[in-house]
Design a protein around this ligand. Structure first.
Ligand SMILES: [Zn+2]
Ligand SMILES: [Zn+2]
Length: 146
């Protein structure tokens, strides 16, 4: 079972076969996938799915907090851990291999909330995207050393 399947089972939420398949595809990857890449992967398994259906599934997963949308890449990633509502979710995106790691920070969330409040702003999304290089890519070929 994927983490998404486990959470849904725990909440008594119904996962349609397509939702289950998309959850599995997202669980298998460490870099965010675009909706059309997901359509392609489904097709590889002999499943012809209209992109609109995949978008609907992705909207559902994001709304339930089971997946995240990486705005800068217009792509999706399964949520790998639970975080509090106040936390800021930070995506560390490797520019070389696309590996995307999710970390969350309560301290950053608190500071941001404070800074936003100071200018009367109410944040709706608390997501940061940081581009850089993962351990693997740094080790293989250090970008700073070039
Ligand atoms: Zn998450
Ligand atoms: Zn990398």
């Amino acid at each position: 079972m994927t983490r998404i399947e486990e959470i849904c089972a725990g909440k008594g939420m119904r996962l349609t076969p397509l939702r289950r398949k998309v959850a599995r595809i997202l669980a298998e990857t460490h870099s965010p996938l675009g909706a059309y890449e997901i359509v392609e992967r489904l097709a590889r398994d002999g499943e012809q799915t209209p992109p609109m259906s995949v978008y609907r599934v992705l909207d559902f997963l994001v709304a339930e907090g089971l997946a995240h949308r990486i705005e800068s890449r217009n792509a999706y990633l399964a949520c790998t851990h639970s975080h509090g509502d106040e936390d800021v979710v930070v995506f560390l995106i490797c520019e070389q291999c696309g590996l995307t790691q999710e970390v969350s920070s309560h301290a950053v969330g608190r500071d941001l909330a404070w800074a936003a409040r100071a200018v009367g702003f109410v944040p709706r999304q608390r997501v940061l995207e940081i581009a850089g290089f993962c351990t693997h890519c740094r080790g293989a070929e250090s970008p700073e050393a070039k």
